[in-house]
Design a protein around this ligand. Structure first.
Ligand code: KG4
Ligand code: ZN
Length: 378
């Protein structure tokens, strides 16, 4: 099943074609992020205007790269929310027109659910896409038989951390599971972004802080461990950001004029964010020792320091759950391949219910419909 995915929830215009929820035949993204680098965020109207301009060229490029004709597309999947409303509408309007013109089903996907499926994505090998329809091109079936695509095993504990959310899920299947914990204030990515802004580093803050932290001493400055005695699996990052603010103010530190100080502060701040995330994953694994795999997804999953923490945490538990993160950096941050993959798994588990009509919505809590052990995907 070839699904064309469209993702426009923030500043990106992304289109991808994914076969059977795993094999990425194309994954094209145009971003207007560079024009917002000097700001601490995105200007919504400006982002949507750029998306209108980019949509058709990106669509055509995605189809060309997949070496498929329109007739080979079996369904269209699109991010229905949450995100910037104007941006989302560019994507959903395009998807609605496309699906109705092609006479194919349309699947509305929650953005976070897209991230949850990003660990299933694998780049297609070139020869697999050159001759569509040929035996070699039946990539998933042949590759699965040859064991080239690793299958994940539930139950899975998934930490989904981005600029907009930080959620910890216990999942029994793609569409069944429960939310164990979530952030009570800032998201983990937001903590990186706000920290970078305090340190006068460019947006987005995650990669900036990770780069600035290289070679720094993560124990040089001690930040508190949030919600240490709380007993829940929730997160809180606003205290860390405030600690950084007061550290700079009270000690009159000027990291911009002292490269070593900047390295050490960035390393210590990154360490504090990652330790907090890892601490809650560790506690959840103790509560759910039957967990087979731990997945890290969302923009923050690009962080190598955090990946090291997760590897260590999985190693200290008796069951030795497998740790996975998206196979490419392009699948960590926002992309359309994860939306196409999510569309596939929604259809696989919900059947034609996946094709039900939907509204585009800026606020769309994924956990609202969560009941332990029941379907949690609206
Ligand atoms: O998932 P994403 O691309 O967009 C949202 O849905 O928010 O995540 C973007 C977030 C930003 O806050 C960015 O600072 C963070 O992911 N991020 C990182 C890294 N790369 C991106 N955080 C830590 N380390 C990174 N290497
Ligand atoms: Zn995202």
């Amino acid at each position: 099943m070839n699904i064309l995915g469209i993702e426009t929830s923030c500043d990106e215009t992304a289109v991808a074609v994914v076969e059977d929820g795993s094999v990425v035949l194309s994954n094209v993204i145009a971003s207007s992020r560079q024009s917002f680098e000097h700001l601490a965020g995105v200007i919504p109207e400006e982002a949507a205007r750029r998306q209108i301009e980019c949509m058709i060229p990106v669509l055509e490029e995605a189809l060309r790269k997949a070496t498929l004709g329109w007739s080979a597309i079996d369904a269209v999947a699109v991010t229905k929310g949450p995100g910037l409303l104007g941006s989302l509408l560019v994507g959903t309007t395009t998807a609605r027109v496309l699906a109705s013109t092609l006479g194919k089903p349309l699947i509305g996907v929650h953005h976070t659910f897209g991230h949850l499926t990003s660990t299933w994505l694998r780049e297609a090998k070139k020869q697999d896409t050159l001759r569509p329809g040929s035996e070699q091109a039946r990539y998933p079936s042949t590759a699965l038989r040859a064991g080239k695509i690793q299958q994940s095993t539930f139950p899975i504990l998934t930490l989904s951390a981005s600029g907009g959310h930080t959620d910890l899920w216990y999942r029994e299947s793609h569409t069944r599971g429960m939310l164990l914990g979530r952030t009570r204030d800032d998201a983990a990515g937001e903590a990186f972004d706000k920290g970078a802004s305090l340190l006068a580093l460019p947006y987005p803050g995650g990669p900036s802080i990770a780069k600035a932290a290289e070679g720094g001493d993560p124990k040089r400055y001690a930040f508190p461990l949030p919600l240490e005695h709380d007993g829940t699996f929730d997160f809180s990052f606003s205290g860390l950001k405030t600690s950084l603010k007061y550290l700079l103010r009270d000690f009159r530190l000027d990291p911009q004029s002292d490269p070593e100080m900047l390295r050490n502060i960035a390393a210590s701040y990154q360490f504090a964010i990652c330790r907090h995330l890892a601490d809650k994953v560790n506690r959840s694994l103790r509560r759910h020792p039957e967990t087979r795999e731990v997945h890290l997804v969302g923009g923050v999953s690009a962080n190598t320091h955090l990946r090291q923490w997760m590897t260590t945490i999985c190693g200290i538990h008796d069951a030795k759950p497998l740790f996975r993160f998206p196979s490419s950096l392009a699948f960590c941050t926002d992309n359309a391949a994860m939306i196409a993959a999510a569309g596939f798994f929604l259809h696989q588990e919900l059947g034609d219910r996946a094709f039900e009509s939907f509204e585009t919505s800026a606020t769309l809590p994924l956990e609202e419909t969560v009941l332990s052990g029941s379907s949690f995907i609206p």
